[in-house]
Design a binder for this molecule. Structure first.
Ligand code: AMP
Length: 312
């Protein structure tokens, strides 16, 4: 059966240092994190490229989550590799090195592996690749989402602006939303982004959650205040994976569903940051997920507020 949600992006080997430890050659990449998180909610197919140094363990992880990886090409080059660091500001990843390696020769054909996905997530990758995929599809999926980052806003702004015109939902970090639009105020930045194409914009604010702007409103999805946060890498992709997986598992669309989907995104991100790599999201039970959804309910819900006008 063809997966309902197709995620295109990077499958990477990450070297990450945070104040709480470090990992080398950890399984990562935007599509990798996104697929693992989305797999709890809908059927997922991944499209990416890996090099001849990519460990089998990466495929085993995807198998464990029943992610269809027929769409991962194998190259004779090396795997895309990212080196990043976080200081005590866990909201900002400092890129030390980006080695594109096999990504430079990646020209994926989504429909060859997965015809007619309901949702397409163009996770963070070269905007020329994102645009090429969208243009090559025989039919446009009902929902097309995209994520990007400073690296591509800097180096491929024109290509990015071209593909933004054709998508429905952009997920982007707050600093990158500012960088893309030149607007410091996030409400104005979201408005500017919506005028570039996507009707929905999720601005990710790290430990402060996310703001989701849509036609007629904005929804604030918090981040769970956790005792243990080890590594924020992949939180954004896990947020997007959870949000899109949940949306794809429903046949209708409404602002209410979008709000619920954002909470699911925050739930998946909260598991992601609790450990390095995909350790936090790989083996969750539905009980753990339901418990975290309830915690989000407790965090945000409040009863009726009773008050009387105070006459002076
Ligand atoms: P995030 O969810 O934003 O923390 O994304 C983390 C993942 O993005 C890491 O696993 C990296 O391998 C991947 N990554 C880093 N730089 C890039 C880039 N320029 N293009 C695509 N993916 C990247």
């Amino acid at each position: 059966m063809s997966p309902k949600l197709v995620i295109v992006g990077t499958v990477a080997l990450d070297d990450v240092t945070t104040p709480f430890g470090s990992v080398t050659r950890a399984l990562g990449g935007s599509a990798f994190y996104g697929s693992v998180a989305a797999s709890y909610w809908t059927s997922v197919g991944i499209v990416a490229i890996v090099g001849n140094d990519y460990p089998d363990e990466g495929f085993q992880v995807l198998s464990r989550r029943a992610v269809d990886f027929r769409g991962i090409e194998k190259s004779l080059e090396k795997t895309f590799a990212w080196t990043g660091e976080y200081t005590y500001d866990l909201n900002t990843a400092i890129t030390k090195e980006t080695r594109l390696n096999c990504l430079l020769s990646f020209n994926p054909k989504v429909e060859r592996y997965y015809p007619n996905p309901e949702t397409l997530f163009l996770a963070n990758i070269d905007p020329d690749i994102q645009g090429g995929i969208l243009d090559s599809l025989p039919t446009r999926p009902a929902l097309v989402a995209l994520d990007t980052m400073n690296y591509w806003i800097d180096s491929k702004r024109t290509s990015l602006l071209r593909v933004l015109k054709k998508i429905d939902l952009l997920t982007i970090n707050e600093s990158e939303a500012r960088m893309l639009t030149g607007e410091f105020n996030l409400v104005l930045a979201a408005r500017a982004i919506r005028s570039l194409g996507p009707s929905m914009v999720a601005i990710k604010k790290g430990e402060h959650g996310a703001l989701v702007f849509y036609e007629g409103g904005v929804f604030a999805s918090p981040a769970m205040p956790l005792e243990v946060v080890k590594d924020p890498t992949g939180a954004g992709d896990s947020f997007a994976g959870g949000l899109l997986g949940y949306l794809t598992s429903h046949s209708h669309r409404s602002p209410e569903l979008l709000k619920q989907a954002s909470i699911i995104g925050s739930v998946m991100a909260s598991f992601c940051v609790s450990d390095f790599g995909v350790t936090g999201t790989l083996s969750l039970s539905m009980d753990e997920i339901s418990g975290r959804i309830r915690e989000f309910g407790d965090l945000t819900g409040f009863g009726r507020i009773d008050y009387e006008e105070r006459r002076l």
